[in-house]
Design a protein around this ligand. Structure first.
Ligand SMILES: [Mg+2]
Length: 230
């Protein structure tokens, strides 16, 4: 790998810049407790996930689609017998998630500050436009980024499009993120560089049964380690 070629570093947002998955896990747990009278918790959790996956192509990623899936799952689990009060609680849960404070990942501010002096930095994320913009502004990290890319999904096609838009070659592009499935594998497949910084919690949908071994790939335990080689 020739790191000296790199001109642009793109950072994933959720669980790379700030904590995200933890809020979803907590909401799922609360959902299962609320519905416990109708279905055992683990079963309810699986059913919720299946509904989320079914809705994904139509709704995309983010808290608002998640809220709709919570309501749909609750109706299914209770066989239509749930009280309005419970639906209200699920709607409130979603709103509460949208208002959570932004908690930065350790060392990310310093890392971005240093890297922004040497590279063009980009934020490249999936999810809901309004919510990702809200988090970016609240995070105080906006000043480090030249460009913000919020896409419906992170595919090889989307990465190629981003690289073309940035007016660079694949070899000049490095993606940093917590998901092997979204931030690493499609990036390596198009000949660009990808660094993985895992977060302690990974959504089942983002899990891959694959060991990544590639000359353009490295794995780190925390963001500040990037400064030792970049
Ligand atoms: Mg992420």
């Amino acid at each position: 790998m020739s790191l000296s070629q790199i001109k642009v570093i793109a950072f994933d947002a959720d669980d790379t810049l700030w904590v995200n998955e933890t809020f979803f896990r907590k909401a799922e747990e609360e959902f299962c407790i609320l519905l416990e009278a109708y279905m055992p918790k683990e079963e309810a959790n699986t059913l919720l996930f299946d509904i989320e996956m079914k809705n994904l192509p139509l709704y995309g990623y983010g808290i608002k689609p998640f809220t709709l899936s919570l309501i749909e799952a609750a109706i299914t689990i209770s066989k239509g017998n749930l009280e309005t009060e419970l639906i209200q609680k699920l709607i409130e849960k979603g709103k509460q998630m949208l208002l959570e404070p932004v908690e930065l990942i350790d060392g990310i501010d310093r890392t971005l500050n240093e890297l922004s002096k040497k590279y063009r930095l980009v934020m490249a994320t999936k999810g809901d436009l309004l919510d990702q913009e809200r988090k970016l502004i609240k995070s105080g990290l906006e000043k480090y980024f030249h460009h913000i890319e919020i896409v419906s999904d992170k595919t090889e096609k989307q990465y190629r499009k981003l690289i073309r838009h940035l007016d660079i070659t694949e070899q000049e592009f490095l993606m940093v993120g917590n998901s092997l499935k979204s931030d690493v594998i499609p990036v390596l497949n198009i000949g660009a560089h990808a660094f993985h910084i895992p977060f302690h919690t990974t959504w089942v949908h983002e899990m891959v049964d694959q060991e990544v071994c590639h000359p353009n790939f490295k794995s780190f335990t925390q963001a500040s380690e990037l400064l030792t080689i970049l």
